[in-house]
Write a protein that binds this ligand. Structure first.
Ligand SMILES: C[S@@+](CC[C@H](N)C(=O)[O-])C[C@H]1O[C@@H](n2cnc3c(N)ncnc32)[C@H](O)[C@@H]1O
Length: 270
């Protein structure tokens, strides 16, 4: 028996899904059988993020595999990818822009990679990039391994699982670490609070605990002139810059009004 499309829309709307029609269309196209559609609609109505229900998130025009319980890559993080791609293409000294092609063979590390969205997007933007990714969460690591079949994905605490041979060779260290201050976790949407791990969100008292640890270790892994990029909130900018400066990086902050995104960038001094 097939389920009428309108019933799916009604069910999602009753559960509070604002974009019920769009979501219903996505679920209908993703489900292989009516029973699967019924189960998917049920999971979505129960509050699971849509991406965890269908099993993927769109990010930089790519489909990123996302399993239940794994942090869902956010659209705003595409700004970090754009900034990293610009740096990899080399703005200093300026070069003629070559769409989609950066310095071939650049070493890229996606630290706190989650499902590996950043590393996957940069791998698509950089010719023959050598991509390494790591995360503490085994479920996230399983997703990242699917998303980065040509990359190297490790499980462990920050830099601990990275091969020592990467020291001093990394052109871009992308670290979208948890940066929500602990006391603000309660104000996040229920989808995030209930279905994403606290360790993926909670950055400690001022949200910058993990960033400080990343910044303290970054210079040892970056190549001279290499860059660390981390997403932060606008109000964290001064403290984030100070954390990178304490790690012997020349720091500045960039932001995008369109994507509502702020990124702190640190360059390893020669
Ligand atoms: C905000 S999520 C970002 C995930 C991914 N970078 C993205 O943009 O979609 C932060 C990630 O950091 C990971 N994480 C938190 N603390 C960590 C640690 N000490 N070492 C490694 N990964 C950590 C979490 O498991 C989570 O996947």
């Amino acid at each position: 028996m097939t389920i009428p499309d309108s019933l799916i829309v009604t069910r999602l709307r009753a559960a509070g899904c604002v974009f019920a029609e769009d979501e219903a269309r996505l679920l209908i196209s993703a489900a292989r059988t009516p029973a699967e559609l019924d189960a998917m609609a049920g999971r979505r109505a129960a509050g699971l993020p849509l991406e965890q229900v269908v099993g993927w998130a769109e990010f930089c025009g790519l489909r990123i595999v996302v399993a239940p319980g794994v942090f869902v890559p956010r659209r705003r993080t595409e700004f970090l990818v754009q900034q990293a791609a610009l740096l990899l293409r080399g703005r200093d000294p300026p070069r003629p822009p070559r769409e989609g092609i950066a310095r071939p063979g650049a070493v890229i590390v996606d630290l706190c990679c989650g499902a590996g969205a950043i590393g996957t997007a940069l791998a698509a933007a950089v010719d023959r990039a050598e991509v390494h990714a790591a995360d503490l969460d085994p479920a996230a690591v399983r997703c990242a391994r699917q998303n980065l079949p040509g990359g190297h994905v490790y499980q462990g605490d920050l830099y601990a699982p990275l091969p020592a041979g990467l020291r001093g060779r990394v052109a871009v260290l992308a670290a979208n670490v948890p940066y929500v201050p602990s006391e603000q976790i309660g104000f996040l949407p229920p989808e995030a609070r209930a279905h994403e791990p606290r360790a993926a969100l909670d950055g400690g008292t001022d949200g910058l605990d993990v960033l400080r640890r990343v910044a303290a270790g970054a210079a040892g892994w970056l190549a001279p002139g290499g860059h660390l990029l981390s997403e932060i909130s606008e109000r964290q900018a001064p403290q984030a810059e100070a954390a990178l400066a304490a790690g012997r990086l020349a720091a500045h902050v960039v932001s995008s009004a369109d994507l509502d995104a702020t990124v702190v960038i640190g360059r390893r001094l020669a």
